[in-house]
Ligand binder design. Sequence first.
Ligand code: ATP
Ligand code: MG
Length: 574
Amino acid sequence: MRLSKYFLPTLKENPTEAEVVSHRLLVRSGMIRKLTSGIYTYLPLGLRGINKTADIIREELNRANCMEVLMPMVQPADLWRQTGRWNEYGKELLRLKDRHSRDYCLGPTHEEVITDLVRREVGSYRQLPLNLYQIQTKFRDEIRPRFGLMRCREFIMKDAYSFDRDEAGAEDTYKGMFKAYTRIFQRLGLDFRSVQADSGAIGGSFSHEFMVLADTGEDTIAVCTKCDFAANLEKAPVHAPRAASVEDCPDLEMVETPGMHTVQKVADFLQIAPGKVIKTLLFAADGEPVAALIPGDRELNEVKLKNHLRVTELDLATPEQVREWSGAEVGFAGPKDLEIRTIIADNLLLKEKDWVTGANQKDMHLRHVDLERDVSVREYADLVNIVETDPCPECDADIRFHKGIEVGHIFKLGTKYSRALEALFLDDQGNEQEMIMGCYGIGVGRLLAAAIEQNHDESGIIFPPSISPFELVIIVVNAKDQHVLGKAEELYARIQELDIDVLLDDREERPGFKFKDADLVGYPMQLIIGARGIEKNVVEAKDRKTGERIELPLEEFRAAFEDFRSRVWQGWGL
Ligand code: ATP
Ligand code: MG
């Protein structure tokens, strides 16, 4: 490709609305343009990056016996009604009607469509297992599309779905996909972790997320410094001592705490640690009142509470509900004599007695509360977020937090969809069975953005060679000089023969401008050819990642270039 004829509208200035670096750089390097909120066009360079990423995904999935299909984006509401998700999915599902007033949606995911296909085509155990994938455009009407390709409304996803005869088979398929994912992210040259994850609304019993580590990530993951434990904060269990404390608790006492409606204020006022105050949080869980008790120095993990209660809707009580359920203003609710049947306390509250809690009266707290003695706690559970000072839940060693970007997610789905849609088969005994499913996603566009979040500097993107839109740019220092241009063209032809994606910057622009552009776009390798070098019979080669520059002889060019190239790839661990 010749840059003089290539559509590559780079920008000097940062787009004002871009909050994160990948968004800024994707726009500035001429890869994407916004059409409207959360909806982007991929320009030639951006699409090349997407396609390169997709090709690696394809190779690895094909190797894992997963077969590519392409499903429709428009999906009939009937299927979604059969699984109950027409109502459950909420506003992220973009719904539309056809000319006959029939309901449809734009696919945010394809469990319904694939299960419908498989239930029609597969009826015997001999046809299983079956694992199918597609790379296709999804639509989710995200409430706050942001960060460019990281969280958009229309985006390209790889989604795969597996169907197995039994649990053991499903487990094998899951493991195979885990391996394929690991190979994919390794080949992309990214620093990533696979972490235990919550299976969320999609259901199922087993799930891992693949996180690209980057400070700008929206997710926090807890990683053990010793064993291989790694989990999303949403999921990471907090290791709490099970045995109750033996310390004695003095008699209950009411104390006045005028205007003290936060843990910090109460703790300061009573001169105790915030961790000795119990936060009583009231929720409407599928409409029913629930009280969750946690230590005052901890954060409640709503995902854990929701999963523990097995509810779909969990809303913090409104001030009116707090008044109605506790009889007091917000900030003074407490578990003693609370007229809520479901009181769930965090496991950490087992380790001590003698707590301070709200007294269900304005401006009053109780001290010397012994949960066992004074309160009817229905059950204890793990309800709080892990903190960095907690021990590893698996080996008790120290843990560290990292920020990550979720680029992939694999789930064991079980029979949720096969049951709802009656995807059945006859086993070898002739008995009808439900297929066991798994589903596996990768956000292809988000992955490109995550690669940039992880790999950039003040000059621009630093692409891993495996996904860079072009692996190499040849910069012609003075393209008006026919002799130089001629030599550059020769070089260009020779590199093309090696089957390498190479771009020739033959534009009649100032050299400084072209160097800046090359750094901005982040080609892993630059070859700089000018009159001075030609005189010496050399071309300058630059490794974008290390900044290292060396001279390659124009004679014996191929061997020197291949050596340089393999060092660049090695620098990426590839
Ligand atoms: P998130 O929690 O970030 O919303 P999700 O759990 O909804 O993600 P999945 O349903 O598991 O995501 O989708 C599979 C993959 O698709 C995700 O791992 C992510 O890489 C990508 N993805 C999801 N939502 C978006 C989006 N709005 N924009 C870009 N990529 C997305
Ligand atoms: Mg989502």
